[in-house]
Write a protein that binds this ligand. Sequence first.
Ligand code: G6P
Length: 625
Amino acid sequence: MATFTSNMCGIVGYVGRSQAAPILLDGLRRLEYRGYDSAGVAIVDGDHVEMRKCAGRIASLAKLISQKPAAGSYGISHTRWATHGKVNDENAHPHFDATGKIALVHNGVIENYQALKEQLIQNGDTNFRSDTDTEVLAHLIGSIYGQLEGKDSKARLVNATRAALKQVIGTYGIAVVHSDIPNFMVGARRGSPLVLGVGKDENFLASDVSAIVAHTRDAVYLNDFDLVALERDKFEISSIDGAVGQHAVSKVEFSAEDIKKGDYPHYMLKEICEQADTVRDAMRGRLTYEECTAKLGGLNMTPPELRDVARVVLTGCGTALHAGRVGEYLIERLANIPVEVEFASEYRHRNTPMTERTLVFAISQSGETADTLGALRESRRKGYRTLGICNNVASTIARESDGGVYMHAGPEIGVAATKSFTSQLVILTLIGLLLGRMRQLSTAEGKRMIDALEALPGQIEEVLKLSDQIKSIAKKYVDVSGMLFFGRQFNYPIALEGALKMKEITYLFAEGHPSAELKHGIIALVRPDLPSIFIAPDDAVLSKNLNNIEQVKARKGPIIAVTSGNGAKQLKDLAADIIEVPDVIDCLSPVLTVIPLQLLAYHLAVELGRDVDKPRNLAKSVTVE
Ligand code: G6P
């Protein structure tokens, strides 16, 4: 039995007058955050397809193309993140149909590929070269294309693609070319993102606008079941079932400059250092001094509807989920509404009892994470009002939710999320403030929150100045076997996030726990080569944290402390290293305490020679379940 080789990935297509190869390669580099196991291009040159593909990163593909150039002004390309099956040249995309004339790239999973393959084999098609579900789709389109009558080959390719997709169970964002049909491409999506870039005498397809923004800022965000036929100077969008639809061309918010590293050695460091600005942008125009509250028009909810909310559910994955965990403490503190935080992947499959007047937030930087999207759809199916907290404008989650709040953090390219996290924290604070001011939160308390929020960007600048100190701390710990992270209350989720950053980019074992849980098992791990990082600002639980720090110290565990205010004095004889951040009201301290942990993971990863922006096995936008 063939190995099931599904994929996540990024795709780019180009039809125009320039050479396709450099445009496709550049686009793939921008999408490398979506996966970097293998890459490939198929470019049509005259009447044949030039295919170049290999396991490894875009740099390997670029090398292959420089050794064996592929000429032509239209083509498709792919960068893969394997979920099942081997990473090898054969399984890299694009894939051909049986005639070798149709080439296809695919982002998604074809769940019934085995049944479709058997059907093709029964009909005499045995020419499969890879283990992939994608190749089956290419063969299916080719087989239907061969059976269709008619002189209009463009219509035949569109109809063959349409008919094949109707047989598919699963998800896809695809781009298809045929070597007999010059300057023509078909794209379609279901469950995987796909955007059409509209240029002058050239058009593009991509999984994400960042791949094409260097060429055009006019984009059409395709919806599920859309199919697009594109040529150099025109495009036509219809649905998979054939109906012609209306689509608006949007202006992309950011420019090609915004996705450059500038003078920074890594995107991650650039994004960490942008946080004073991104936090400012997350609250820009959303605070009102007159009423001492937040204005969030995108929620699309009237004051009576907001006042009626009796329960809040926050869902997401990874870093976004950790922001939700801080949000739980924040919203309960500010608005006194019960909040539950749910892993999106669990929430969507669980039989949660329906409770009335529940407001659900799906938190996602990319707005494309499959599990979060699944949770959003399930929640809406059950009748809950479901809102998005997203960074990517016009992403699927943003479009499918009943309303929401954009982060306005700009493109986040480093695979390890940083600036999107602090933006999410600010937005959750604004939501807490808004809901709170409609309930028990006084004007004075509202004003105190606004003052504290407005002081944050300046305080973040102060924290960023600690980068050199944190770098020298990182150098001291390059030989450790792992790290433990502890925090209480608002900073318990920061322990989780600090550990996640450390795991993601240094590959060191790391775990985050509530400080008090130490004595219930974790303390057995404490030893001299396993430092404990305590996030212990000068807040209501500092003295409790100090007790736990003593417990670790007594067992010879090295301690790094992130603290503020009087904390540094009290930690002087306990912690080997003290990182001091500015004082802030306790519910906002996570915005400041997380930054040293981002920097610690970053500097340690650099010391260890890790690939900071593209850590092994990870992808930024996980569009498979
Ligand atoms: C992946 C990334 C994480 C991210 C998570 C959720 O696992 O590696 O950094 O936090 O997805 O992504 P989202 O785009 O939904 O926030």
